[in-house]
Design a binder for this molecule. Structure first.
Ligand SMILES: [Fe+2]
Length: 397
């Protein structure tokens, strides 16, 4: 192989093109059938999705070997299997779910009265009610109910299976009201929250690792017949390497429209799925079902740096130097961008989505973008320092 071919092939492998991914290969991948014999702990397979029984999960949770075996089965289900499991009765005591529902309804009411209409990712405003950070709000409103809810073995074991110990729980309550429209089918956090252009700034191995950094789940807070629009899934789609870039394209959306599955859920059931699985909430065509689910987004402990850094203080300290360098021309704009990358926070998350909502996309503005824009506009250091403080306050939960 000549050197030019080698460098070109390598570049294409690492820096994915916006047109990456072959729809024929995708169709074959999602054409797989789930064979019940491969999944001994499952109580059944419905529409290619594995079904588990929560009471059996609770029994196995107390048996060290069986617990590991069940979690190992789930790891294969999320990675090479259908990518999605349903655990019936994941929360055994439905009065715990009902009390949490009351807490969430009260929070929705209070937030509406406070004039807050939460912006939602992937759905039109008004179709649903969203509580960002329902985890913290739930814990602070009713700590006893919160503790009983998250005492669930099913939630803990699914999280630990995919992410290992030290996982970081987050939750967002979503209530899709009668008449609520379907979401655009998508992948989830991290890369799933970026525009194709942003995703292309991440090398191929990060496209492979993104699904390993989170687990997506949902607890049903009411019975959800199909007409209420429970989530639509495309089993096996999580294995499609180029999916983050490809799934927004019409030919991939068409495969989803043709092959997706949708399962009714009962109150207390939980669904867990690989965040790279193509999915989206369905249309709520019922007259009277306020379809409430508590969405669980569990993150790996590994999505963190070793040291805590005060980037607010660093940004304020370094800004005057960069402003002077820009004015005098002693640094090029590329060099200034490099210095910003080492100084300011370059990622929009974690944040408080109530006070720091997404702008013009799925993610709020980052500190590094803010710093670059301030320099561009020639903002005075004092004004920039104030901006950093305002922004820091908004991100705090
Ligand atoms: Fe999603």
């Amino acid at each position: 192989m000549d050197q030019r071919t080698l460098t070109g092939l390598r570049r294409d492998k690492v820096w994915l093109d916006s047109q990456a991914g072959d729809v024929g290969a995708f169709r074959t991948l999602v054409g797989q059938k789930t064979n019940p014999a491969d999944w001994p702990f499952a109580i059944g397979v419905e529409k290619n999705v594995l079904i588990y029984d929560g009471s059996r999960v609770r029994e196995l949770a107390g048996e060290p070997d069986a617990r590991l075996e069940l979690m190992a089965e789930w790891v294969d289900a999320f990675s090479t299997g259908p990518g999605v499991i349903v655990i019936k009765n994941a929360i055994a005591d439905l009065s715990v779910v009902d009390r949490a529902t009351e807490v969430f309804n009260a929070i929705i009411k209070a937030e509406k009265e406070g004039g807050k209409a939460a912006a939602d990712h992937f759905a039109k405003p008004g179709a649903n009610d969203r509580i960002w950070n329902s985890l913290q709000k739930h814990a602070l409103t009713d700590p006893d109910n919160f503790a009983r809810y998250f005492a669930s073995e099913a939630i803990a074991m699914a999280s630990e299976a995919w992410l290992g110990r030290g996982y970081q729980m987050t939750a967002q309550m979503n209530r899709v009201n009668p008449g609520g429209k379907a979401q655009v089918p998508h992948r989830d956090y991290h890369l799933g929250f970026m525009s194709p252009q942003q995703m292309q700034a991440y090398p191929g191995h990060i496209h492979a690792v993104s699904p390993l950094l989170t687990l997506q789940g949902a607890v049903a807070h009411c019975d959800m017949p199909v007409e209420s629009g429970p989530t639509l899934f495309l089993p096996y789609s999580q294995s499609f390497f180029e999916g983050y870039l490809a799934f927004g394209r019409p030919e991939f959306q068409a495969v989803f429209a043709e092959h997706h599955v949708q399962l009714p859920l009962s109150k207390g059931d939980a669904v867990f799925f690989n965040p790279a699985l193509m999915h989206g909430a369905g249309n709520n065509v019922s007259d009277d079902i306020w379809r409430m689910a508590n969405l669980l987004q569990v993150s790996s402990a590994f999505g963190r740096a070793m040291e805590s850094i005060n980037r607010d203080a660093m940004s304020k300290a370094v800004y005057p130097t960069l402003l002077a360098a820009r004015t005098s021309g002693s640094m090029t704009s590329a060099q200034i961008a490099n210095a910003i990358a080492a100084t300011a926070e370059g990622y929009a998350f974690p944040t408080n989505l109530d006070s720091d909502p997404p702008v013009g996309g799925l993610a709020p503005k980052t500190q590094s973008t803010m710093m670059a824009e301030a320099l561009q506009a020639g903002m005075e250091p004092d004004a920039f320092a104030a901006l950093v403080e305002t922004q820091a306050a908004k991100r705090h939960a």
